[in-house]
Design a protein around this ligand. Structure first.
Ligand code: B3K
Ligand code: ZN
Length: 856
């Protein structure tokens, strides 16, 4: 194994409580773009549990200029402070061990901070991002989540709006009464306007709600505000959680490394997940805004009031909060459609991660850079684990356990052990085997055989837990498998059961059956596993028509398509004529939700197909994958030719646009129908007409994508730009749609040309991702082009971004994580790019960790 980085790894097993606690923090900011001064007064208290003293005072600090420091009012001399790149140390003999007042003044340069961690500037506005370890770029501190303190903040600056956490004391002064770790600190200052509203809590307390945006954007906040109010009410009714301050603020910023951040009382959002109008945001954007607003709000209890003891416990807050936001979105929209969308995401991102060199447990045991562990595994698989727990204990016990969790751990920094213990105590059960879900990486694979004799069906399951980097010889996990039994007429031959697997091989008997039923296994995707089952396409078609579980109904259609496409790619099989007929039956079945029908009609992604082909033992050919999907779509379009015009007409949503699930579902099916129609129209007349007539971004963008895919983009691409040149979020879409929909043979040239465009402001993460990730992750055939030009383009841009923004670069390296799937020539070319990056002299530790793992 080559070392992944010269920086030492941090290990869960090395956790120790801090030597000192912090009671209160007073911060004074004198804002300046290049020379911001921060004065801190911090009351430390000795940790009486650490009897191994006396202790030095070790504080984290990065990129800071220390101007002065004192302990209990006595100034420290320069030779009493040992400064290094990660912080400072004051020798124990100068540190009153029981407690003391630390005062310091530092200078920092927000303008030069392109990492977007700590205090930085975005379009003339000051803002912060402190999770995970950004606070140490603001002042010297014990920057670890188990140190919780009460913060008071004073901001001195020219900006009209000066914000921080907690209650507003006026004149740029703020006090947050709730002790919090430093990663939840936030400060914003700028020329902002607010969209205001209010909320009355379940106990009748009035809360002011404010969404701050740049002047001109205030008319795009209504949906975010509505989502916030619905989230607040939902957390009260579903979890009994009431908001705990008199003010809740959200600020939208343009330069942000991720989606949003749950700072106490002052959430900071990527403007993409706040701003929406029908003309500029798609239905998917509205859905994401609703989900992310909810997610960050829900963190107030799961994350802020109860936080993590250390960063290894990240899934404690993230897995649970994702689970909660998924529940909320399911309640707000359609549970079936949401579940399918979530599983599509899980498979596309988390299964991919679990199957590759970056696989890690839901609770990792070591890291070099914690920002690299905000992953699909921690978030999405973490949420699946909570979902399984709920399935196993039942809804009532789940609520009981959550009540106990809030009661027992409010105000604490906790671990996964605390979480599991709460469930064990509330539900009186032993969860030690279940806890393996947190410790073992990799997606379990389940196979099943069926044996029917007399009136008894015997199901025998086998569970395999694959090896992952650094982990072998795994134990069987607890896998709840919701199972239905369908009779030939489509009715349920026996009541649904949840079969709980907890061994490598295990049999279950179902008695009293008249005939051998068709099994509906893993309903609702009740566990994040790969289920390999012997099933014919005819049985899949039967389940697609008859399964009473909508998830499995969809799943049967998807498995059918995947199987067929795989045969088309690997064995040059012709299109199975039964498949387009099955799709026709779903597409024209008005009893089914349009959103659901759209999901059934959308074929498995190129990446999903590549993974399936790789797992079956063949190197996937990206060109053949692309062609097979096109051919199958064409065959479906041909079968449906007579239905498409009527369907397209009937799905129109007349009247003003609303973002609710019903009209959005219709638009989604209509987009799928348009895409089919376009396979039959050489001039793409319908897409051109839709593009010209669209009064909302969903329809405008889906028409544009269709035109570009069929090489008919020209005029529409220019018209779209002219119309939206002033709207940065729409121009992000303009970049993405071109690179993601461009035909494979020209995609890299399109991408290269766009990097020269005057609007390609690559230091802005949204803009960078819109082009570079849009190409590398959303256009597989273009990215994997035989001559390696796609890989080189991607490599060049990772290298360019790393010194500016390591966090986003490291995340983007995931574009190369599947290099081992491909043929030797492609492997060699991707490897060469990875090696080129790994060999850079000043590579960030973020990128070094990820690239090192991908190469190993
Ligand atoms: N907690 C933040 C993510 C912080 C990422 C730091 N690299 C957003 C969220 O999960 O809600
Ligand atoms: Zn979160």
């Amino acid at each position: 194994m080559r070392p992944t980085s010269s920086v030492p790894a941090i290990r869960l097993s090395d956790y120790k409580q801090p030597e000192f606690w912090i009671e209160t923090v007073d911060l004074h900011f004198k804002l300046h773009p290049t020379q911001t001064r921060v004065r801190s007064k911090i009351v430390f208290k000795g940790n009486t549990d650490r009897t191994d003293g006396p202790h030095d005072l070790r504080l984290h600090g990065q990129d800071l200029k220390l101007l002065s420091a004192s302990i209990n009012g006595t100034a420290l001399k320069p030779d009493e402070i040992l400064l290094d790149a990660e912080g400072l140390t004051i020798p124990a003999d100068l540190v009153p061990q029981g407690g003391f007042l630390w005062e310091a003044e530092v200078e920092t340069n927000p303008q030069a901070n392109t990492s977007l961690n700590g205090l930085y500037m975005s379009n003339g506005m000051y803002c912060t991002q402190c999770e995970a370890e950004g606070f140490r770029k603001i002042t010297y501190y014990l920057d670890r989540p188990d140190v919780m303190a009460v913060f008071t903040v004073a901001i001195d600056g020219d900006a009209p709006v000066l914000l921080s956490n907690g209650n507003n004391l006026g004149d740029g002064k703020w006090h947050d009464p709730w002790p919090k770790p430093a990663y939840l600190f936030a400060l914003v200052a700028g020329d902002l306007v607010s969209h205001d509203d209010h909320f009355t809590t379940m106990n009748g307390r009035e809360v002011d709600l404010q969404i701050f945006v740049r002047p001109g954007d205030e008319d795009k906040c209504a949906y975010a505000m509505d989502s916030l109010k619905r989230s607040m009410r939902w957390d009260e009714t579903e979890y009994g959680r009431e908001y705990d301050l008199n003010l809740f603020m959200i600020v939208a910023v343009d330069d942000f490394n991720m989606g949003a951040m749950e700072n106490k009382g002052l959430n900071i959002f990527n403007s993409k997940y706040v701003l929406a109008s029908p003309e500029t945001a798609t239905d998917r954007d509205y859905e994401l805004i609703e989900g992310i607003i909810a997610h960050e709000y829900f963190h107030n209890w799961t994350g802020n009031r109860i936080t993590c003891r250390d960063w290894f416990q990240l899934c404690l807050k993230e897995g649970l909060t994702v689970f909660r936001d998924q529940q909320f979105s399911g309640d707000a929209r359609s549970h079936a459609v949401n579940r399918i969308e979530n599983v599509l995401q899980l498979r596309a991102r988390q299964f991919r991660e679990d199957a590759g060199p970056l696989a890690h447990p839901v609770r990792p045991t070591e890291y070099i850079e914690i920002n690299n562990f905000y992953t699909a595994t921690v978030y999405e698989k973490g949420a699946e684990v909570i979902g399984m727990l709920r399935t196993l204990v039942g809804a009532d016990n789940y609520r009981k356990a959550l009540d106990l969790y809030f009661e027992r751990h409010d105000g604490q920094a906790c671990t996964i052990e605390d979480w599991i213990k709460t469930f064990e105590d509330a539900c009186q059960m032993d969860l030690s085997q279940f806890a393996l879900w947190y410790a073992q990486a990799g997606t379990p694979r389940i196979t099943v055989t069926e044996d029917f004799a007399g009136d008894t069906l015997t199901l025998t399951f086998t569970q395999t837990n694959p090896d992952t980097p650094g982990q072998t010889d795994k134990k069987p996990q607890v896998v709840p498998i919701r199972t239905g039994f369908l009779a030939a007429d489509g009715t349920e031959a026996a009541p649904e059961q949840t079969l709980v697997l907890n061994a490598g091989v295990q049999s279950f008997e179902i008695n009293g059956l008249l005939d051998k039923p068709t099994l509906s296994l893993l309903r609702g995707f009740s566990a994040p596993v790969v289920l390999d089952r012997q099933i014919t396409n005819a049985e899949r078609a039967f389940l697609l028509t008859h399964d009473t579980d909508p998830f499995n109904q969809w799943e049967s259609g998807r498995a059918y398509a995947l199987n067929l496409l795989q045969d088309m790619v690997v064995a040059d099989a012709p299109v199975d004529a039964a498949f387009p007929k099955a799709m026709q039956a779903v597409a024209t079945n008005d009893a089914l939700d349009p959103a659901f029908r759209a999901l059934v009609l959308s074929l498995p992604s190129e990446d999903a197909l590549a993974q399936a082909i790789f797992e079956s033992g063949t190197a996937p050919d990206p060109d053949k994958i692309y062609a097979a999907r096109q051919n199958l779509a064409k065959a479906v379009a041909t079968e449906l030719a007579g239905d498409l015009p009527d369907l397209y007409g009937a799905l129109a949503t007349p009247g003003p646009y609303t973002p609710e699930a019903d009209p959005a579902g219709k638009r989604s099916l209509r987009g799928a129908v348009l895409s089919l129609i376009s396979h039959l129209e050489p001039d793409c007349a319908s897409a051109k007409a839709q593009f010209a007539a669209a009064d909302n971004m969903t329809e405008q963008l889906s028409a544009l994508a269709t035109l570009i895919r069929h090489n008919q983009g020209g005029d529409a691409v220019q018209a779209f730009y002219n119309q939206w040149a002033a709207d940065r979020l729409v121009i992000d879409k303009w970049f993405t749609v071109q690179v993601s929909s461009a035909p494979a043979d020209s995609a890299v040239e399109v991408a290269k040309a766009l990097t020269e465009h005057k609007d390609f402001d690559w230091k802005n993460p949204n803009r960078y991702r819109s082009l570079v990730a849009g190409f590398a992750m959303m256009n597989p055939a273009g990215f994997h082009r035989k001559d390696g030009a796609g890989y080189e383009f991607f490599g060049d841009w990772l290298i360019k971004l790393d010194p500016v923004n390591p966090q986003t670069t490291a995340r983007m390296c995931g574009g190369f994580e599947t290099w081992r799937r491909y043929d030797p020539a492609r492997q060699q070319m991707m490897r060469a790019q990875l090696q080129r990056i790994a060999d850079l002299p000043n590579l960030s530790k973020d990128t070094a960790e990820i690239v090192g793992k991908i190469l190993n």
